[in-house]
Structures are given as structure tokens and as C-alpha cells.
Design a protein around this ligand. Structure first.
Ligand code: 13P
Ligand code: ZN
Length: 274
């Protein structure tokens, strides 16, 4: 399998992009210990089967993802550090193939046998349900990134910021780029225990209308066509939150862009982003 992976230049490029973004997440201070996870739908890059599937361990999924049956994903490993992923992506992430009608997955890793501590992220239910939604609606996003962006986590701790409307007024109001690149605004999921099917379900509802979703008191999930686009969306949203806090720390209430300025941005740039 190693040889086949090495020969697949496009897949190698995606893996290197994941490693690059993992380094950014660490440098941003968003990736303490094993915080955050990344998955990429790589199915379009794999012709035939990577290897004889019966050699690799398979695991049951907490719920079925029939639309993903027989599809391949590159997924970060649970408990793995972004800073390690940046240096050694294949030691800290793995390739999985969803099998058995979407009810289980096989791990295609360097280890053919069952290695107990080498499993996909604990947020796999959320990642796979998002990929399934993308498959069902036929859109072109391939990447899902979850990270603990400090500014966004802090924002959701504010007792005054508990609704999507308030969050989006802050995000759009603090910086023109947010309206230009995140015209759908961000979704908001009230706190639910991480790693659960329940948080996956609530997150999925928000992806009907948004590409970036805040998890209250925890972090952010975003989808995009490329690893870099997805990172950029989180970066832009996070910058708005940072500006909001900077103004408050400097002792004044941020003025925010006016409705007229926001409408003008929407009119000027919406057609460009379609
Ligand atoms: P994993 O190490 O299982 O990916 O978990 C990190 C995380 O951020 C959970 O929300
Ligand atoms: Zn997390």
C-alpha cells in the first residue's frame, strides 16, 4: 500500500496540505495537546482499491452512513497532536474506507494489524455525517476542519452572545472580509458533549445554511473545497472575533460596520462568490 500511496501524487499533495494547515493551527495557538481534527474526502483520488481490504481491521460506526459506502477518507487520528501531524502526517492520520453499506470502516494504515491507539478522531460521527450531507446534496466540498480557535471559543462564553443573530452581527460587523468571504454567516450549536452522535446531529442541521459552525464553549467546524479554503474561512471568522475583543480590551465598544456598509458589501461581492 505504501508504494501505491507514494505513486499517487495528488493524494500526496493533499496530505502535505493537511500537514501545512496542521502547523498553522498549532502556530495560532488553537491546537493544545490533541485539539482539533481534519478529514478529507479522497475518494476521487483513488482508483480501484488501495490494497486487499481483508488485511485491515474493521470497526463498527455508531450510526450508518450509506451514502459514504466504499468511499475513502484521510482522517486525523484520535489523541494525535497537530504539531506532530505537521511533521509526520502518515504517523498521525490514517486512511479509512467506509464499508458494509456505511455501517463500518476499515483502517488502511501502515499497520496491518489492529493497533489499539491508532483510531480516527473521536469526532468521526460529526465528520462523516457532514461528508454524507455533502454527498446527498451533491456539492463539491471535500474538507472538514475542527479546531479550538481561541477567539471563537471566548466569544461563545460571553453571556450576551448566545444567538446566531448576535454572533453574525459581530462577525460581519468587525471586518469587511467576513461579509465578502462568509456571506452565509456562521451557525451556532449550543454546548453538547463532544464526540457524541447528538452534537453531530445538531451540527448537521446548521450546515443546511452555513459553512462554518461554532460549537459553544468548545470550537469551530468548517467545510470547504480545499484544505486551505477551509482554514481561511475559520481564520477570517476568528479575526473578526479577535477585533471585537481588542476593541473591548482597549476600553471602547466597537462601532461595527453600518447596515448600509454591509449591504453595499453584499451587493458588490455576492455575485463574485456564487
Ligand atoms: P480527537 O483527538 O479525538 O480528534 O479529539 C480532539 C477534539 O478536538 C475533540 O473535540
Ligand atoms: Zn474539539
Amino acid at each position: 500500500m505504501k508504494k501505491r500511496l507514494k505513486q499517487n501524487k495528488k493524494l500526496e499533495e493533499i496530505i502535505l496540505q493537511v500537514a501545512e494547515v496542521a502547523q498553522y493551527l498549532w502556530q495560532k495557538g488553537w491546537a493544545e495537546r490533541n485539539a482539533g481534527n481534519i478529514s478529507v474526502n479522497i475518494d476521487h483520488l483513488i482508483e480501484g482499491d488501495l490494497d486487499d481490504i481483508s488485511q485491515y481491521p474493521d470497526f463498527e460506526l455508531p450510526e450508518p452512513y450509506p451514502e459514504l459506502n466504499n468511499k475513502y477518507f484521510f482522517v486525523t487520528g484520535t489523541g494525535k497532536r497537530m504539531r506532530d501531524l505537521a511533521r509526520s502526517p502518515l504517523k498521525n492520520a490514517l486512511i479509512i474506507k467506509v464499508t458494509n453499506g456505511g455501517c463500518s470502516y476499515h483502517i488502511f494504515s501502515r499497520h496491518k494489524r489492529n493497533v489499539p491507539d491508532f483510531r480516527p478522531t473521536s469526532e468521526l460521527p460529526t465528520h462523516l455525517s457532514i461528508h454524507q450531507k455533502i454527498a446527498l446534496r451533491g456539492s463539491s466540498e471535500k474538507v472538514v476542519i475542527h479546531t479550538h480557535a481561541n477567539e471563537l471559543v471566548a466569544l461563545t462564553h460571553s453571556p450576551d452572545v448566545k444567538s446566531k443573530e448576535i454572533v453574525n452581527n459581530i462577525i460581519w460587523g468587525m471586518h469587511p472580509e467576513a461579509m465578502v468571504f462568509i456571506p452565509k454567516g456562521v451557525g451556532f450549536v449550543p454546548y453538547i458533549i463532544p464526540g457524541s452522535v447528538d452534537i453531530a446531529k445538531e451540527t448537521l442541521k446548521e450546515f443546511n445554511d452555513h459553512d462554518v459552525i461554532l460549537w459553544e464553549k468548545h470550537g469551530v467546524f468548517a467545510i470547504g473545497e480545499s484544505v486551505f479554503d477551509t482554514f481561511d474561512s475559520i481564520d477570517i471568522v476568528s479575526k473578526s472575533a479577535k477585533i471585537w475583543f481588542m476593541c473591548k480590551q482597549a476600553g471602547f465598544e466597537p462601532e461595527g460596520l453600518t447596515d448600509k456598509q454591509l449591504d453595499e458589501l453584499k451587493e458588490t461581492y455576492t455575485s463574485l462568490n456564487k
